[in-house]
Design a protein around this ligand. Structure first.
Ligand SMILES: Cc1cc2nc3c(=O)[nH]c(=O)nc-3n(C[C@H](O)[C@H](O)[C@H](O)COP(=O)(O)O)c2cc1C
Length: 143
């Protein structure tokens, strides 16, 4: 089973989670400006909130790479929201891509709020979430 990781970040918070997922599942964490070069069974997609939505770069990535995405598993951060599932569900549906209902979401630093987040514990929880998401597929995981 093939796996890839892509993320969008402005201040590095989502990248921290992406690197934790990378350490857990053993494939590189790349930014969304890097297209998928082959079809993957699971795409771990990291994105966060900016003005109550995900960035256009994330939407464009899904649209341009939809033929290579088996399913999306989301992870992300925000100052106050609980999940990026809702905006990403619209994106997934518009592109005919499967989206797992379970995602990982935690606080991300924003100005003076949530300093140091995601922290080590957040990253460990995100890594465990990613491993669980993969274990719910059948077959071995490869790059
Ligand atoms: C321009 C801007 C808009 C934001 N809007 C929201 C928002 O609507 N809701 C929210 O919970 N957090 C919001 N945040 C906080 C970010 O979601 C949070 O800092 C997140 O961890 C940023 O991740 P990144 O460093 O990977 O870009 C906003 C941050 C910025 C810079």
């Amino acid at each position: 089973m093939k796996t890839a990781i892509r993320y969008y970040t402005r201040s590095g918070n989502t990248k921290k989670l992406a690197e934790a997922v990378s350490g857990a599942v053993g494939v590189p964490a790349l930014a969304v400006d890097q297209p998928l070069t082959e079809r993957v069974d699971t795409l771990f997609l990291g994105c966060s909130y900016y003005a109550f939505d995900v960035d256009e770069a994330v939407k464009t990535f899904v649209a341009q790479n939809r033929a290579n995405i088996g399913r999306i598993v989301l992870f992300g951060t925000s100052a106050m929201m609980k999940s990026v599932y809702k905006p990403m569900k619209k994106v997934a549906e518009a592109n005919g891509v499967a989206l797992e209902r379970e995602d990982f979401h935690c606080r991300g630093s924003f100005g003076p709020a949530h300093k140091g987040r995601p922290d080590k514990a957040d990253c460990e929880r995100c890594a465990a979430f990613a491993l669980k998401a993969l274990s719910e597929q059948s077959g071995p995981t490869t790059a």
